[in-house]
Design a protein around this ligand. Structure first.
Ligand code: SAM
Length: 271
């Protein structure tokens, strides 16, 4: 059952303020399906009673659970393939500009359950194998603590590993753990997973050579996209590259990037 207009308006503002999510009326049905389990776990028999409680609640655990339930965590290893081929093409330029420092720094912003960060790590293990002295570091961040716990565990089921990994990659980078596959330590230790909301101050995050911020801007309105892209620009090194998702671009946004020739979805700082 769809939530009432007044409750929909409440959720729209609540989610926008806390995560930037732009909730459109056709997504009304998601409120019922995703929030009812939280409502029942707290003893509410219907969503409107839970919503009345939430309107005045200061309970951060419940608030965070609602935000997490409403965000979409869809991801897969080597999602869309092409960006990971492009990654290998931009690396020589990054190396050339590193000036003494031989650590390439990555940020998987909105990393979901970690497949994007591990895909970068697998690419880099192979890429740097013949480049002694070079290292890489990856930071994976997300707004959902539950999904970050999964990313940190580095454990995936058969369905998840089959989405994007070849048997050779599974054998090389994972060990079998009952019905699941666990990322080997050599890969796991290259990635730090942390909470970060892309709408908030990112001063604690550091500076990066490559930022992947893929398939999250699609959930935001134009102003929020602009805010997030400007925020991220302050974290990108002067010769760094930003990778957006397949359906995302900077078109019509007043943000300080220029597209990289022949590489749609990949940007550098302008000027
Ligand atoms: C669809 S997943 C994309 C995962 C991965 N980047 C990919 O392309 O496969 C979107 C992720 O963005 C996160 N997210 C949503 N709003 C966010 C925000 N304001 N700050 C940080 N992460 C956010 C969600 O929790 C979710 O894990």
């Amino acid at each position: 059952m769809p939530v009432s207009e007044a409750d929909f308006a409440f959720y729209k503002e609540f989610l926008f303020k806390l995560s930037g999510l732009s909730l459109t009326p056709e997504k009304n049905y998601l409120l019922e399906s995703r929030l009812s389990p939280i409502a029942s776990s707290l003893g509410y028999t219907d969503l409107s009673a839970f919503t009345a409680f939430l309107k005045t609640s200061k309970d951060n655990t419940v608030i965070q659970a609602v935000v997490e339930a409403m965000t979409t965590n869809e991801t897969s290893f080597f999602r869309d393939t092409k960006p990971f081929e492009r990654l290998k093409e931009v690396l020589p330029d990054i190396e050339k500009n590193k000036q003494g420092d031989r650590t390439i720094k990555f940020w998987s912003a909105a990393c979901s359950s970690g497949q994007e960060a591990y895909s970068i790590a697998m690419t880099m293990q192979d890429y740097l194998a013949a480049k002694p002295g070079w290292k890489y570091q990856i930071l994976g961040t997300d707004i959902s603590n539950d999904i970050l716990a999964k990313a940190s565990s580095g454990t995936y089921n058969q369905f998840e590993v089959q989405r994007g990994l070849t048997i050779q990659m599974m054998v090389k980078f994972f060990t079998q753990d009952g019905p699941n596959w666990k990322v080997k330590d050599e890969l796991r230790k290259m990635i730090d997973f942390k909470y970060a909301n892309l709408l908030e101050n990112l001063n604690h995050i550091g500076s990066f050579d490559i930022i992947m911020c893929r398939n999250v801007l699609i959930y935001f309105n134009l102003d929020t996209k602009t805010q997030v892209l400007r925020n991220i620009a302050t974290k990108l090194g002067p010769h760094g590259y930003l990778f957006l998702g397949g359906c995302e671009s900077i078109m019509n946004l007043d943000v300080p990037y220029k597209g990289v020739d022949g590489m749609p979805g990949i940007y550098q700082l302008a000027g």
